[in-house]
Design a protein around this ligand. Structure first.
Ligand SMILES: [Zn+2]
Length: 284
């Protein structure tokens, strides 16, 4: 067991009400660290990649690297494309063997979003690939996608109709979370999670996980949002580890030692999240 369908990873977590971290990787060090942390804590895990990173590394390179690295661990894992408004890149990732994609049509009208998401789901499901859907833009910019305002919340019946008619596998609602770093304490709309799940039992997704309290994570997961996205914190840990190592060893020129120090800190940070989310020990 290594690479597993996203549908299965999320269905198990949704049923048992634990969270699965979806950690944004940017290179082999971050991917290796995320998988190592999952193996260490016996957690299912989602390796998540932004469009920006896909443009730098290439969809096929990332998929091949994931396949090789995932084979070295014995926990369920899936490769997921984060916020992607570009259907050509979605198609490229599906063709390259990725397991899941987030088609982000939140900038489109409700009707256009519905039509286009339908088309993406039809293509993806033919290849066994899962689709995360999004109606309302999440506040904040992440790797060049989004803006600081987000978008208005859609009425519950329209959100539920969107889920039902598109056949998406998971749904990312606007619940008051934001990408990047929070400036104050975010006001989280927990009831929105409960209302959607009560109307349509589908795994929901928490975007903007960095900076939320342990209690907020647990409450969102308990109410039916098992996929928890973490991106910003990994960037911070990566850059801070780099800086600290160089400050301590200004004459060390071996990049592998430097990256080794970064990886060690990333493993520790990712493992912490897995314990908070309750995924520890859930890898059957
Ligand atoms: Zn996001």
């Amino acid at each position: 067991m290594a690479v597993v369908a996203m549908q299965e990873i999320l269905a198990n977590a949704f049923r048992e009400r634990y969270g699965v971290g979806a950690f944004n990787i940017v290179d082999w060090v971050t991917m290796d660290a995320v998988l190592a942390a999952a193996d260490l804590t016996r957690s299912p895990v989602i390796v998540q990649v932004s469009v920006k990173t896909v443009k730098v590394m290439g969809a096929r390179v990332i998929q091949k690297m994931f396949e090789e690295m995932a084979a070295r661990v014995s926990v369920p894992t899936a490769l997921h494309l984060d916020h992607c408004p570009d259907r050509a890149i979605i198609e490229e990732c599906i063709a390259a063997g990725w397991n899941s994609v987030l088609f982000d049509a939140s900038k489109l009208s409700y009707e256009d979003n519905m039509v286009q998401t339908n088309a993406v789901v039809e293509l993806a499901h033919r290849q066994g690939v899962a689709v995360e859907g999004e109606l309302e833009a999440v506040k904040g910019v992440e790797d060049g996608v989004g803006d600081e305002y987000g978008s208005a919340v859609v009425a519950l019946d329209k959100a539920v109709a969107f889920i039902r008619e598109t056949g998406i596998d998971s749904f990312a609602p606007a619940i008051g979370t934001a990408h990047g770093l929070y400036k104050g304490t975010p006001r989280i709309n927990f009831d929105r999670v409960s209302e959607i799940v009560a109307a349509e039992p589908i795994p929901l997704v928490v975007h903007g996980g960095t900076g939320l309290s342990d209690e907020t994570f647990r409450e969102l997961i308990r109410r039916g949002a098992p996929k928890v996205n973490i991106s910003t914190q990994l960037k911070i840990t990566f850059a801070d580890s780099f800086r600290e190592y160089l400050a301590q060893k200004p004459t060390e020129y071996d990049p592998l030692k430097l990256l080794g120090a970064v990886k060690k800190n990333l493993i520790a940070k990712v493992s912490e999240f897995m314990k908070i989310f309750g995924s520890e020990g859930k890898a059957a």
